[in-house]
Write a new protein. Structure first.
Ligand code: NAD
Length: 367
């Protein structure tokens, strides 16, 4: 690989695009600019062997354009593996819009973005991600059919977050079965970091099962609201990674499992919704394994949302959505057993399973 022989500075100069650390054989990367609306977006199409690339659009005020590019490349790759391991006939893609969603998002900008999506002719389907609402997808739908996550009143499958939370809950229970020999969560201390759309529903599901849930968030108002609603405790310490917990559920940001946090974590299980939880997937998966922490790979257990939006393309209903999401339990348990058998990390076992499915389809397509 290029990165083995070139230093970071050489990389920037000699291979600024294909040599990016996060560039992993992406099929296509599209830069979209429109002066009138102020749109600056990047669409990453990682792999379309299994089907059209599907992944949400994130609007975020990135500090640099490199950060935006890096994010879209990492996220679109993650979508390839998520859909592959979940058994969906979808490839991996993602889009980012550079800017503040609160102040810079306008219907005109969203429509212009939709027109760019349309030029890809169905190779990429967009959906909601951070900074987007269902209503934004409805706006995009006005200019292209290549969008999912639209309102139920407009024929969409509705809000994917509760389905994502249910899948994470299934993955967490599978991890408990593997670690403790029972999938019951009652009495387990579950720390949910980030109580947004997905986190709150995960709090509900785990608290209803009798888990001792502790919540953490940067939004004080949300903390008080969710704490009162479900009778759960708010983490008030200095450093959330040192909290007493059995299960850590990252539902806010990526890269929270890193050199600094792994040594502090007291959890025996990590199972949450955030994408790209391992700061470095080659190093941190192995460190968790050494510490005996069971890690439920993010792209495996947070697939409920994509199962939900895929229903809009395939036309299946609520029962099928929930059945497929529930199956995350079985897939996760299979992955844990496979990883144990082969002495590899759960992350590596998941990647392998996804890659095998893509390779098989590629072979079949060539025949
Ligand atoms: P959200 O924006 O609704 O919620 C995120 C929450 O995290 C907010 O309450 C925010 O205040 C909090 N937060 C931000 N920074 C924090 C920090 N440093 N410490 C603690 N809390 C912090 O997002 P969401 O839709 O609930 O998604 C949560 C995560 O799951 C994201 O990483 C997202 O990419 C991922 N994910 C979501 C879905 C989905 O269906 N929504 C699907 C797959 C993956």
């Amino acid at each position: 690989m290029v990165t083995d022989v070139l230093t970071a500075n050489q990389l920037k100069k000699e291979a600024p695009v294909f040599g990016q650390m996060s560039f992993d054989n992406h099929e296509q990367v599209v830069f979209c600019h429109d002066k009138d609306t102020g749109l600056k977006a990047i669409i990453g199409v990682h792999n379309t062997v299994l089907g059209p690339a599907l992944g949400g659009t994130r609007m975020y005020n990135y500090s640099t354009e490199w950060d935006a590019l890096n994010d879209v490349l990492r996220l679109s790759r993650g979508m390839t593996y998520k859909s592959a391991i979940t058994g969906l006939n979808l490839g991996g893609g993602k889009a980012v819009i550079i800017g503040d969603a609160k102040t810079q998002k306008t219907p005109e900008l969203m429509k212009r973005f939709g027109e760019f999506v349309h030029t890809l002719g169905g190779k990429y389907y967009t959906a909601e991600d951070v900074g987007m609402e269902t209503s934004d997808m409805d706006t995009v739908r006005e200019v292209t059919p290549y969008v999912t996550g639209i309102s139920e009143s407009k024929g969409g499958a509705g809000n994917p977050s509760p389905v994502t939370a249910y899948g994470v809950y299934m993955g967490m229970k599978a991890a408990a079965e593997f670690k403790y020999g029972t999938n019951k969560l009652d009495g387990k201390r579950v720390l949910v970091q980030g109580i947004g759309h997905v986190g709150e529903e995960l709090v509900r599901l785990t608290a209803e099962e009798g888990a001792k849930v502790v919540i953490s968030d940067i939004n004080e108002e949300r903390l008080n609201e969710v704490s009162t609603k479900y009778g759960v405790e708010i983490y008030r310490g200095e450093d959330v990674y040192t909290a007493d917990m059995d299960i850590y559920a990252p539902c806010a940001l990526g890269a929270t499992v890193n050199d600094a946090t792994i040594n502090k974590l007291k959890a025996q299980i990590i199972a949450g919704a955030a994408n790209n939880q391992l700061a470095n997937e080659n190093i941190h998966g192995a460190l968790l394994q050494q510490k005996g922490i069971v890690y439920a790979p993010d792209f495996l257990i947070n697939a409920g949302g994509i199962i939900n939006v895929y229903a809009e393309i395939e036309g299946y209903g609520r029962d099928e959505i929930m059945k497929r999401t529930e199956n995350i339990y079985n897939t996760t348990l299979d992955i844990f057993n496979k990883a144990k058998e082969e002495g590899i990390t759960t992350h590596a076992a998941s990647l392998r399973k996804a890659e095998e499915r893509i390779a098989e389809r590629k072979k079949a397509n060539l025949q």
